[in-house]
Design a protein around this ligand. Structure first.
Ligand code: ADP
Length: 552
């Protein structure tokens, strides 16, 4: 812009300068012409006076070389010409414009192009008293010579003026564009600017406000998006069609076993997991992809979906979910079903076998009582098993139970009463001591939990052993501890006894009527009540199981 302004100003100066020079030359040319004519007139008047007084002799004695002097009779015959020696050879001058005019009016003037020269000649003629005519002429070339003489200094002055105007133009154009160059487009109001720019400034202000609004909108959305994705447990990755990662959340590298807090440019930098790369390829080919993969103990699911712009796939969104728990639950369910079928099959086979023998009359009358007792025992076992399965299923499905304030001491006392006979049969003494402590819970479940650990403490005790139930309170918790002097649990089994159908010694457990679900019910009940279980056991010495509830 500075250059354009400079060029325009410089051009204007040059044109103005040339116009001035031409005008000055024209004025000077005119001035010098007038001067020449005036000079011719005064010379003519002066010489005419000389001729009037001294006749033609005056002309002969006159020494004038710069001008042509012609003296013509009233008839047009040339009597004298200072440029011609033999005037008799000259033609009649009566037809000369200036001479005929002078004869007519007293003076005459004309300008003619010279026949021999390219210059123009100015003629001035005056009529004398006897009717003769004196003519003086001069060439215009003399004017041109004078003008040519002054043209050079004028051009020199013009050149100086041009240089000065170029410098001034440059300074002015810089001064004009400086406020524009220094314009702060983000705060245009603060600048002192030209009035012509006010509509532009207004527009800029409006646009700035719109841009600011849009940026803050985008920032808010970005923050929302970041907050949501940052706290997502699912990993997600957005990629373009060249496998460049456009966005990913911290859960993605964590689930893929890569370093978190690092920048990853390509999916291949983030993971080399074949299933994930297969998912990426599939999604970029326009197909939805779902698969499961393991990373150590963790089971993950990948869902890769293409992002389509009309018919072209421009990228993909990859979701990675930790489904370890779901997977584990599924496995457990499968195992549970298999275990249940197995557990049910054994007593049923026994019942069915004995019933068949009796049906076919193959049992002696004397054995019928024993066989009926076995059938009864097996069916009782089946009922206990089915009851336990129902309890576990209810806890699993988190059926809606009504909670109430419970006195743990009362529940323990009730369990001791129910188990009195069993303890007596085994010669085990049961002791209950401690404080009355209250919790909020479901009576049926809490009773079941206490009953199961007390039942185990008696079942797996030694002859004449003892069971001590102790209630205590500490740090806002209500603790029930059941300690026995029984056979104990081998160390390598201690982690597993809470699993469904897990029994340390299957035959012993069966003999004592165990289903392998007792501690599993305890564990589920604890989960339901947000309670902690602690197990301490020394083989052949005894076991202590403590359940710690939150106090009411
Ligand atoms: P079960 O119906 O067989 O008793 P549980 O789930 O109640 O099933 O217990 C699982 C296993 O843990 C039992 O089979 C037994 O081997 C062991 N166990 C549980 N409680 C005790 C205990 N107090 N002393 C020794 N072993 C125990």
């Amino acid at each position: 812009m500075t250059k354009r302004i400079f060029r325009a100003m410089a051009l204007t100066s040059v044109i103005a300068l040339f116009a001035c020079i031409l005008f000055v030359i024209a004025v000077l040319f005119n001035y010098f012409n007038t001067q020449v004519i005036n000079e011719l007139e005064s010379s003519a008047a002066y010489i005419a006076e000389g001729i009037e007084e001294n006749g033609i002799e005056y002309l002969r004695n006159l020494e004038v070389h710069s001008k042509r002097i012609t003296y013509v009779s009233a008839e047009g015959t040339v009597l004298f010409d200072n440029t011609v020696t033999d005037v008799s050879q000259m033609d009649n001058h009566l037809n000369r414009e200036e001479i005929s005019e002078a004869i007519k009016n007293g003076s005459g003037k004309s300008t003619r192009a010279s026949e021999t020269l390219t210059e123009r000649t100015i003629y001035h003629a005056v009529r004398l008293s006897d009717g003769s005519v004196l003519r003086i002429s001069d060439t215009e070339s003399s004017t041109s010579v004078i003008i040519a003489g002054i043209t050079q200094p004028i051009l020199l002055i013009g050149a100086v003026i041009f240089i000065i105007s170029a410098i001034v133009s440059s300074q002015i154009s810089k001064a004009i564009t400086e406020p524009l160059n220094n314009l702060d487009v983000t705060h245009p109001d603060k600048e002192m600017l030209y009035d012509e720019l006010k509509p532009l400034i207004k527009k800029l202000n409006e646009q700035n406000a719109t841009i600011d609004r849009q940026i803050s909108d985008l920032k808010r959305k970005q923050t929302e998006f970041d907050t949501i994705t940052k706290n997502m447990s699912e990993g997600f990755i957005i990629i373009d069609s060249f496998r460049n990662i456009l966005s990913f959340n911290p859960a993605a590298p964590r689930l893929l076993g890569s370093e978190t807090g690092k920048e990853y440019r390509y999916v291949s930098n983030l993971t080399d997991n074949e299933t994930v790369l297969e998912g990426v390829n599939s999604a970029l080919s326009g197909n939805h992809f779902e698969a499961k993969f393991f990373r150590g103990e963790t089971c993950c699911q990948i869902i890769a979906s293409p992002v389509n712009n009309e018919v072209v796939t421009v990228g993909a969104i990859i979701l990675i979910l930790d489904i370890s728990e779901k997977n584990q639950r599924e496995t457990m369910r499968q195992e549970f079903t298999a275990n249940v079928s197995h557990e049910l099959k054994t007593p049923l086979t026994s019942i069915s076998g004995f019933a068949e023998l009796m049906m076919n009359g193959m049992v002696k009358q004397s054995d019928i009582t024993d066989i009926s007792a076995t059938i009864y025992k097996e069916s009782r076992r089946l009922i206990t098993l089915v009851n336990d399965i129902i309890k576990i299923s209810e806890l699993d499905s988190r059926s809606s139970y009504e909670t109430e304030e419970l006195d743990l001491y009362d529940l323990c006392d009730e369990a001791v009463t129910v188990l009195e006979d069993a303890a007596e049969r085994k010669g085990v003494s049961v002791e209950l001591e401690g404080t009355r402590t209250k919790i909020n819970g479901v009576k049926q479940i809490v009773f079941e939990m206490i009953y199961n650990i007390c039942d185990n403490a008696i079942k797996y005790n030694k002859e004449n052993g003892s069971v001590k139930i102790e209630l205590s309170e500490a740090d806002g918790r209500a603790n029930v501890s059941v300690k026995d002097t029984g056979i104990g649990i081998p160390y390598d089994h201690q982690n597993r006894v809470f699993e469904r159908f897990y029994r340390v010694d299957k035959s012993h457990s069966k003999q004592t009527g165990g289903t392998g679900l007792g501690l599993s019910i305890v564990k589920h009940g604890a989960l339901f009540h947000d309670a902690d279980i602690h197990l301490e056991s020394t083989p052949n010495v005894g076991t202590e199981i403590t359940i710690s509830f939150k106090k009411a």
